[in-house]
Write a protein that binds this ligand. Structure first.
Ligand code: HEC
Length: 116
């Protein structure tokens, strides 16, 4: 029996490494901590929370509704603001938000707004 033991632990190590790799790749596309800071710096969090509705919709709800949406499209929508898609309260246009920051925020929101 003992001969199988090294094999089993080797298999466990391999699948553990594969899981690490997979999560590493998922995180590489969105840096949650940096994006959250960006959202705080741009006052997004004054109206939005990740998992509950405040003035604006929860980021998780936005992610669910727009699953698979093009990042640029959502970034444009953040820049322009909007009204009537989620409720009666409009979102003001984000004139001072840099286009690349809008894109980072859009990608982060579409990824479910992870905190890291
Ligand atoms: C003054 C409050 C307020 C601020 C500040 C604000 N939002 Fe919003 N946001 C809203 C409201 C209200 C809606 C829903 C508008 C609607 O119903 O169409 C919304 C909608 C959205 C949507 C969905 C857009 C769509 O096309 O459906 C995204 C994404 C979003 N906000 C991201 C952001 C980000 C990122 C920031 C910071 C740069 C931000 N918001 C700042 C209030 C705000």
């Amino acid at each position: 029996m003992s001969i199988f033991r090294p094999l089993t632990s080797f298999a466990a190590a391999v699948s553990g490494a594969a899981a690490l790799l997979a999560s590493g790749q998922a995180m590489a596309s969105v840096d949650g901590a940096a994006a959250l800071k960006l959202a705080q710096a741009n006052a997004c969090m004054a109206c939005h929370a990740v998992d509950r509705k405040m003035v604006g919709p929860a980021y998780k709800d936005i992610a669910a509704k727009y699953k698979g949406m093009d990042v640029d499209k959502l970034a444009a929508s953040i820049k322009a603001g909007g009204a009537g898609k989620w409720g009666p309260v409009p979102m003001p246009a984000q004139a001072n938000l840099k286009p690349e920051d809008a894109k980072t925020l859009a990608a982060w929101i579409l990824a479910g707004a992870p905190s890291k």
